[in-house]
Design a protein around this ligand. Structure first.
Ligand SMILES: [Ca+2]
Ligand SMILES: [Ca+2]
Ligand SMILES: [Ca+2]
Length: 243
């Protein structure tokens, strides 16, 4: 009878010890998994297009849960001739994981009439000793963007020197391109009435080395033996092949 209270006390202590152990375990696992490991990238503000005249796209990045170890994220552009990203290295830890970091993507200029070009800001690497975060390496979707062209795709014509005559008077005008073409272009030159006037070349070729150098077209008046008065005709500079 005298020993009676001790086993009861012993059992009670064991119970408290078990509770304590369980509590510690729960605290560790909640720090490990405040949420699923992930990288939150907001939808780009207002537009997903940068521009060749310096237009930017902004977005924000943070982690979706507290990491056990610092997480370093490296960003890069799939085409630095069209867009660049800053900053390129982001570091998050257990204290700043939920603070957004602003990312700015800036359009890069070129002098080619290349149209709108698609490119991506890639999440090039995710490095951490927290295995839940290091497992995200290579798994995060890129930010898809376009860079808008600012070249003018146009044929620049110099003014016509005058009218042609049946007595052999000719006329000239110059032709060049307003910007570098993305590939060589051929521009047909066509007289609408070859019985009145013919052109010295049937087409002009331009590429990115000579696009800005004028080429001269000569229009020769054609003689006939009819008293036909002044006949209007046209020379067409065809831009259908211009890209
Ligand atoms: Ca440009
Ligand atoms: Ca361009
Ligand atoms: Ca471009």
């Amino acid at each position: 009878m005298k020993l009676g209270p001790y086993p009861i006390l012993f059992l009670l202590l064991l119970f408290l010890a078990a509770c304590d152990s369980q509590q510690t375990s729960e605290e560790e696992s909640s720090l490990d998994g405040l949420g699923t490991a992930g990288v939150e990238i907001t939808t780009p503000f207002s537009s997903s297009s940068t521009t060749e005249n310096g237009g930017t796209v902004s977005t924000k990045v943070r982690l979706k849960s507290a990491p056990l170890s610092p997480v370093t994220i490296t960003l890069n552009s799939s085409d630095t001739q069209e867009g660049t990203v800053s900053p390129t290295v982001l570091t998050f830890n257990k204290d700043n994981w939920d603070s957004y970091v602003s990312i700015i993507v800036t359009g890069v200029d070129d002098d080619i009439a290349d149209g709108s070009q698609s490119y991506e800001i890639q999440i090039a690497s995710v490095v951490s000793e927290d295995s839940k975060y290091s497992a995200l390496n290579g798994q995060i979707n890129p930010i898809k963007l376009q860079n808008e062209d600012d070249e003018i795709k146009a044929i620049v014509l110099g003014s016509l020197s005058g009218d042609t005559t049946e007595a052999g008077g000719n006329a000239t005008f110059s032709v060049k391109l307003a910007s570098k073409p993305i590939e060589a272009v051929s521009i047909p030159i066509i007289s609408t009435d070859t019985s009145e006037g013919t052109v010295s070349v049937s087409s002009l070729s331009f590429d990115n080395s000579n696009y800005n150098t004028v080429q001269i077209v000569t229009v020769n008046g054609e003689d006939d033996d009819e008293r036909d008065g002044n006949i209007a005709y046209q020379v067409m500079v065809v831009r259908q092949h211009l890209r």
